[in-house]
Design a protein around this ligand. Sequence first.
Ligand SMILES: [Zn+2]
Length: 177
Amino acid sequence: MARTRKPVVEVRRSQRRRRTVSAYRDGERVVVLIPDRFSRAEETEWVERMLARLAAREERVRSTDAELLARARRLTTRYLPDHVHQVMPASVRWVTNQNGRWGSCTPDDGTIRISHRIQEMPEWVIDYVLLHELAHLVVPSHNARFWDLVARYPKAERARGYLEGISAATGLVLQDD
Ligand SMILES: [Zn+2]
């Protein structure tokens, strides 16, 4: 018998949040992040809306690892053209087992794994995370040369601020080491 499993929802209120609502899946749970000032009615409305949005998104994501790889390759060509021979990734996949890390990479075989937790974030933040991991294929550590590569992406600083804000609001540390 087919049965739709209702996810366990955990609502987290944040005083830092003004208007934005986001949600992500964490194993069997769905975490919904809302501004602290929301009323109970608004909370109920937004939880329903975000669950629907997340379900639709997850449906699309199942076939999107190939798109993620294509996207990473476009970013490589655009921002790291002088390193294309080193960093053109062999595989880029969405994964759910990153334990709070946004992504990781294995320079030896050119594979990159990106946390599903960032799927709900703006496209320019996802691009930043991809480029960050791509740059690690050139420079493994977070040294000056590494940050010079990352800075080629125009919204790098803004994306780092966005990710730090999420970390502060959720208590979830989102970085890659
Ligand atoms: Zn890094």
